[in-house]
Design a protein around this ligand. Structure first.
Ligand SMILES: Cc1cc2nc3c(=O)[nH]c(=O)nc-3n(C[C@H](O)[C@H](O)[C@H](O)COP(=O)(O)OP(=O)(O)OC[C@H]3O[C@@H](n4cnc5c(N)ncnc54)[C@H](O)[C@@H]3O)c2cc1C
Length: 477
C-alpha cells in the first residue's frame, strides 16, 4: 500500500535539485488547477505534482516515487474518464509541459512529446497539409489516446492512431530508457499499441503522417428525434457501402440553443450525423449527397471547411469540468431491433448533456489483423458509446444507471473487445475480456517491464504473482 502522508519540506528538497520543471505541492496557488482533470468525478489530492520539463525530470520523479513509496499517476492530457491522471496522496508525473512537435515533411513523420494535445498536433501538422488519426475532441492528450489505440475521424482511411505509431521512447518503472518499434523491443511495441500506460512513461512518439486537406467537405446534418428510427436505418445502410474516405458518426443528443441550430430544435432531443469526406471536395459533394438530401434535414451544415475545424466540431459539447460516466461496446451487428433499442435508450437519457453515439468501423482499421497490436476487435462493424454527462454530483446515481441500463439493453447485439479508453468500467474482468487471447502476452510484458505494478493507474494488466513477489524492482539507485 503506497503511503498517503503529506511530504515534508526536507523530503521534497531531495527532488528539487534534480528537477528542471515545477513541483506543485498542496497549498500552492496553482495546486487546484494542476490536480483538476477532465472528469469532475475525480477530486483527488496528490501529495506532489511533478510538472516534468524533460526526460530527466520523468526519471527523477519516478526515482523519488520509488524512494518515498508513492503511488504514481501519469498525466498526458488528463482526459481519462476513469480519472487515471490523478491520484490520492501520491505523485502525479505531469507531462503537460513537454509539448514539442517536429514535423519531417519529406518523410511524412512527426516526432511528438507526450504533453501534446490533438489540437496542438493538428495545428502543426496541417501547416504541411499532413495529419494522422487523432482524437475527435481537440483537448484530448495524444499520449493516453495513442496508447489505448486511438480512435478518430480518419480511422477508416488511415487506421487507428496506434496503427500510425512508428516508434516510441519510454522510461520504464525502473528508470531505464528503452525504445520500442518494429525493429527494437518489438514485443513492447506490440503492447503499447492498445495496452495503455502499463509498461512505462512514453517520452516521445513517432507518428506516420498522410496528406489531408487542409480543406475538406465536412460538418453535420441535424434532424429532430422523431425521425431517428428511419434515419438510423438509412445511415446504417449508407455507411455499409460508403468508401473509406467517409468519416462519420451519429449522435443522439439534446440540441443546444446555439445560433447554428434551427430554433425548432433548440433544447430538444435531436440527431446529428457528423460527416467528412477525406479527399477531394468535389468528389465529396457526390459521395455525401444522399446523406445531405435524406429527410431533408432541418439543417445541413456540411460545407468545405479546414480539417482543423472539423477536428474541433465536438469540442463545445465536451467541455471539461462535468461529471462523466461512459460505457461503450462493439456491435456484432446492427439490425432493426438494435436500432430501435438505441432510439429508446436515447429517449430515456436522464441528462440534457448525455449523448448516445453510433460509430461505423471497418475500412483501414479493420484491415489490420486482430493480433497485430494489443487491442483486437477490429472486425466489429459498429460501436456505440453511451456517454452519461451531468453537472450536479448529487445526481450521479441516476445518470450512471442510465449508462449501465443502456449497456444491458444493447447486450444482445454486442460482443467483447471494446477499446478501453471509451469506458468507465475498468474491472479486471473487463480488462481480461477485452484483450482476450492477447491478455497473457500482456502479462508477460508487464512482468518484464513493470513487475511491481508501479504503473497501476490505468486499465491495469496485473503482473503475475511470481513476478510481483520476486521480480526485480529494477531500481536505479
Ligand atoms: C472529451 C473526450 C473525448 C474523447 N474522444 C476520443 C476519441 O475521439 N477517440 C478516442 O480514441 N478516445 C477518445 N477519448 C478517450 C481518450 O482516448 C482517453 O481518455 C485517453 O486516455 C486520453 O489521453 P490523455 O493523455 O488525455 O489522458 P490521461 O488522463 O492523461 O492519461 C490516460 C492514461 O494514459 C496514461 N498515460 C498518459 N500519458 C502517458 C505517457 N506519456 N506514457 C505512459 N502512459 C501515459 C495514464 O497513466 C493514464 O492511465 C476521449 C476522452 C474525452 C474525455
Amino acid at each position: 500500500m503506497a503511503r498517503l502522508r503529506p511530504l515534508d519540506d526536507e523530503t521534497v528538497r531531495a527532488l528539487t535539485g534534480a528537477f528542471a520543471g515545477e513541483l506543485v505541492l498542496p497549498g500552492a496557488p496553482s495546486y487546484d488547477e494542476a490536480r483538476a482533470v477532465f472528469n469532475a468525478m475525480w477530486d483527488r489530492r496528490p501529495a506532489l505534482i511533478a510538472q516534468c520539463a524533460s526526460v530527466g525530470d520523468i526519471v527523477a520523479a519516478l526515482d523519488f516515487a520509488r524512494a518515498n513509496d508513492l503511488e504514481v499517476a501519469v498525466r498526458g492530457g488528463g482526459h481519462s474518464v476513469p480519472g487515471y491522471a490523478v491520484c490520492e496522496g501520491g505523485i502525479v508525473v505531469d507531462l503537460r509541459p513537454m509539448t514539442g512537435i517536429w514535423v519531417d515533411r519529406e518523410r511524412r513523420v512527426a516526432r511528438v512529446q507526450p504533453g501534446v494535445t490533438w489540437g496542438d498536433f493538428d495545428r502543426e501538422t496541417q501547416l504541411h497539409g499532413l495529419a494522422t488519426t487523432g482524437g475527435r475532441v481537440s483537448t484530448t492528450g495524444i499520449s493516453g489516446h495513442i496508447l489505448g489505440s486511438g480512435s478518430g475521424w480518419l480511422e477508416r482511411k488511415f487506421g487507428l492512431a496506434a496503427d500510425n505509431l512508428l516508434a516510441a521512447d519510454l522510461v520504464t518503472a525502473g528508470g531505464e530508457l528503452v525504445r520500442a518499434s518494429e525493429d527494437e523491443n518489438a514485443d513492447l511495441f506490440w503492447g503499447i499499441r492498445g495496452g495503455g500506460g502499463n509498461f512505462g512513461v512514453v517520452t516521445s512518439f513517432e507518428l506516420r503522417l498522410h496528406p489531408v486537406g487542409p480543406e475538406l467537405l465536412a460538418g453535420m446534418v441535424l434532424h429532430p428525434a422523431e425521425r431517428a428510427p428511419e434515419l438510423a436505418r438509412f445511415y446504417r445502410d449508407f455507411m455499409h457501402d460508403a468508401p473509406d474516405e467517409v468519416a462519420s458518426g451519429m449522435a443522439f443528443a439534446t440540441a443546444p440553443a446555439a445560433p447554428f441550430v434551427p430554433t425548432v430544435l433548440h433544447d430538444r432531443p435531436a440527431v446529428a450525423v457528423y460527416a467528412a469526406y477525406v479527399g477531394d471536395v468535389e468528389e465529396g459533394e457526390e459521395v455525401l449527397r444522399p446523406l445531405r438530401e435524406w429527410g431533408p434535414p432541418d439543417a445541413d451544415l456540411i460545407e468545405p471547411m479546414p480539417y482543423t475545424a472539423f477536428q474541433t466540431i465536438l469540442d463545445a459539447g465536451n467541455a471539461p469540468g462535468m461529471h462523466n460516466y461512459w460505457w461503450a461496446e462493439n456491435f456484432r451487428e446492427v439490425g432493426d431491433e438494435a436500432i430501435d433499442t438505441l432510439v429508446e435508450r436515447a429517449a430515456a437519457a436522464t441528462s440534457p448533456l448525455t449523448q448516445l453515439l453510433l460509430f461505423p468501423l471497418g475500412g483501414a482499421l479493420a484491415r489490420v489483423p486482430n493480433d497485430a497490436t494489443a487491442l483486437g476487435g477490429r472486425d466489429a462493424p459498429w460501436q456505440y458509446h453511451a456517454l452519461a454527462v451531468w453537472s450536479d454530483a448529487d445526481e450521479s446515481d441516476v445518470h450512471i444507471a442510465w449508462a449501465r441500463d443502456t449497456a444491458e439493453a444493447l447486450r444482445p447485439w454486442t460482443r467483447p473487445g471494446i477499446y478501453l479508453n471509451y469506458t468507465s468500467d475498468d474491472s479486471e474482468e473487463r480488462v481480461r475480456e477485452t484483450y482476450g487471447e492477447g491478455y497473457e502476452r500482456l502479462v508477460a510484458l508487464k512482468d518484464k517491464y513493470d513487475p511491481r505494478n508501479v504503473f497501476c493507474l490505468n486499465q491495469n494488466i496485473k503482473p503475475s504473482r511470481d513476478a510481483a513477489a520476486h521480480g526485480p524492482a529494477a531500481p536505479r539507485e
